[in-house]
Design a protein around this ligand. Sequence first.
Ligand code: PGA
Length: 254
Amino acid sequence: MRKYLIAGNWKMNKNAAETAALVDEIVAAVGNDTSVSAVVCPPFTSVATASDKAANSNVGVGAQNMYFEASGAYTGEISAEMLRHLHVDWVILGHSERRAIFGESDELINKKVKVALENSLQPILCVGETIEEREAGDTLKVVETQLTEGLRDVKDEDATSVVIAYEPVWAIGTGKTATPEMAQEVHAYIRKLLNALFGEEKGEQIRVLYGGSMKPENADELLAQKDIDGGLIGGASLKSSSFVALIDSAKKLA
Ligand code: PGA
């Protein structure tokens, strides 16, 4: 019922020329297949190139951030409307690097989530605990706060446009992956919260991705978990061979 989504978070990597080459390879590999949603999220300076290269293909384009205001004196920021103008359909919001390095709060992230939805952008809302929070036994509490605050006042009719990414901070870029059981425990909890927020019919349709050192070697087991509906991929999304292998893993299970 939920279509797998494999999204590449390129972070601050790939200039426009590198983007053109990588998107060409991914588009060619995905071809006519629509059984899995494949999305690339390059840095802002490469979004237009990615959109051109992915036009009329089965590869979607996302951004890694945006601001909630429509326009004005916000030096260095980008609006939802500017992204829509470049045919962007997705936006990663509340990534742990935005939270930790750039001080983004749940309140700010919530404003962005609502403005993204108003502009027909599908937000990929990231949640996840640090190692200290996990060791203190606070994982579910942290995830619950980030999820409920991030989705505050999201309308029921928009619920199924939202995607959640559970990304344990200690697993991002570290090579340490949550075991499938650890991830499934949190994903099941997120599903329960989504069902409580939006009702079971909608909650069961919302995709919950895993992120944190997902790669071809561990993807089959993670994606086979009941409540894992895809991946938000950093390092392994920077090469077409590994990114396409992840799409293929999802395809086998679709
Ligand atoms: P990683 O990053 O796959 O390199 O761990 C995932 C992410 O930060 O979204």
